[in-house]
Design a protein around this ligand. Sequence first.
Ligand code: 1CP
Length: 362
Amino acid sequence: MTAFPAMKNDLLLRAARGEETEHAPVWVMRQAGRYLPEFRSVRATHEFFEICRTPDLATEITLQPIRRYTGLIDASIIFSDILVIPQAMGMEVLMNPGPHFPDPLNTPDDIAKLSKDVDVDQELGYVFKAITQTRIALDGEVPLIGFCGAPWTLFVYMVEGGGSKTLQKSKSWLLKWPEESKTLLVRIADVCVEYLVGQVKAGAQLLQIFDSNAGELAPHHFAEFSVPTLQRISAGVRRKLAEENIPAVPMTLFAKGANHALGFLAEHSGYDVLGLDWCIEPSKARALVGDKVALQGNLDPNTLYGGKEAIEREVKKMCESFKVRGKTKGWIANLGHGITPGVDPEDLRWFFECMQKYSATV
Ligand code: 1CP
């Protein structure tokens, strides 16, 4: 493995291990994205997946929020998308402006169209290259997060052919063809494992799995169809890293809308950090998970449209609810979902400033 610059700020990694920190490390999902004029300016002349596939561009965009918010932001996340896995499995994915699959999986017979034995180094080596380059360019300023989509969330895109409000096709799959659905979910999970291990080898220091569609499932369907592959990923990544004598990295699971499962996930999912959406009180979430895991989240992203006073008030409230006896411990501050394109970057700066102030351990 490449020797990387020494870390100057490891708050994220300490919080992920459940430790007490001077203040909560903070980053936001989709922090390199359309709300930033410098992102839109690169996007004006480059296609979305062209940026993902060009390490110099992916590095540049990953660094944009780190440069803009130097000293206020505690993590970077590699610029890419969860849909690079369906691409690696042989599916065509367009972004115009949302994701579109011209040839989605209509019935289990279509599983045969997916590539067998995906060679992740060949198919996704461009992400590994971007990670290594970015880790060097960061020069130890903040840790670098790698990520992938959870099998259930990717299954939905592959079957629906894009974003969907009802998930009618994917739910029909689960009900009509439960065994074939599980076969597909496992196929996706095994690519996720190889992909995440490759990201760690390339320099990723924490891994996040996005199960953005978890909350679309009834609790018993989440338990039957999503949880087994989430566990397969955490166990598989840990085993493979150990086999190759590579130190483990913390793993975060963001199962949006699955707060009903927090207690179970803390005990049995194999993740170090659980991401929260904004629909649960932080203190309630902490009571459910005990000290088994660190927590990440969870300000409603729309708070950033409420003006400075509201942002300060909501941040203060969130900090009071996350703190345990005045101390910030095992908490990574974030929004409860991705930042949206209309946010004023100066309002995000104010969010970061308020976070440093109100999350400080007293
Ligand atoms: O045209 C553009 O520039 C598209 C906007 C965009 C961006 C900035 C897309 C298309 N993807 C991304 C980057 C991205 N996506 C990151 C980069 C790192 C970061 O800064 O956070 C990450 C982590 C993702 C993850 C992702 N992509 C998720 C999971 C997180 C979430 O928000 O729930 C999902 C569901 C996607 C799919 C996707 N990609 C892009 C869009 C617009 C969508 C969602 C569309 C939909 O289904 O409604």
